[in-house]
Design a protein around this ligand. Sequence first.
Ligand code: SR1
Ligand code: MG
Length: 401
Amino acid sequence: MSIQYIALTEATAVNFLKEIGLLNEDERATVSEIGDGNLNYVFNIFSQTTGRSFIVKQALPYAKVVGESWPLTLDRARIEASVLQLAAKYVPNLVPKVFHHDQTLALTVMENLSDFTILREGLITGNLYPQVASHIGIYLAEILFRTSTFHLHPKEAKELAVDFINPDLCDITERLVFTDPFFDSETNSFDDHLKPLVHELWSDNKLKREVAKLKHLFLTKSEALIHGDIHTGSIFVTKDETKIIDPEFAFYGPKAFDIGTFFANLIMNYYAQEGQASNSIEKEQQQSYLIQTLIDTWKVFETTYTELWKNESKESFTKVDGHLEDVLATIWTESVGFAGAEMIRRMIGLAHVKDVDSIQELAIRQSVQQTIIQVARTFITERHSIKDMDSLIQQVKVVYV
Ligand code: SR1
Ligand code: MG
């Protein structure tokens, strides 16, 4: 429809919906830009005439959080829309509906989820979402299995991997998750009180040697179409429903990266409850909910993945006894390591998490940050000994500071 890229404004976003026929010419609509993420514009458009509402998400040619000095491909908008469309085939209830995509404008019109809450915000407030573990477990198993060579012919998987080549967004993760936090880099940002611990990390060769392996996995292990940024800010929830959003970082990568990222964000919220919960009863309730969510997510992932493996596999070796167990064990170990990398970068790298940063009392924030860093360190260096969920939870419950 459009011939060249132009960043939309609130007014032109409404006009765009009229041009493509999603709003009628004479429809009156309210619009507000609500993007609070790091990269894009997000317009919330509500028709006063019909009550229909839409989200128009537009990629900017640079990272909003840094500015024009960090150019970013607009192709991420195509990738995001394509992932949502692909996921809709397998888990239609777990992703927002895509109504329209314009590749030139790098823009996608989606279902408006204004009745939903961002999971991170909900968890900070102390809300419990009983369905989220099962929904995320299913989402991860479905997408990670069905886009892998256990389900697709290797030729098909390779073609899909080409469609989802995403070098700019991978570069962000390679730098911000797997490199900069482990060196004295300009992009890092952390509270002064963390300096001694951060310097200790930078000179911890054992840790860096293990991070190097995790980074190498991220760079080379093209196993399945991963979301690439499935933290609790990429998940919309109600008590009964869950929608996974923002797959603009998607590419063919290691399955465990998604699982580890989700685990890490639950675990950071677990520690942040120290400063977020209004009393010890609420804190304990929220923390045991978070532990249960970790347990259930992995359980549902494992069960769903196993079912798919038994019923939907096209690879001959899936019939070989023990192969599934080997695959799941590898996913588990890598997930623990990736969780550690995500936790460290959120404490000392460029992009932090509100769960921890919004803790007002300095002493509590400091102890939460230090605990997260120490636990993350153990996840990374000891991941081969953290063999199952019980031993991961044991580590989470160790109090370091
Ligand atoms: C420059 S983008 C910073 C972070 O925001 C995204 O959500 C990703 O997590 C990225 O690392
Ligand atoms: Mg995002």
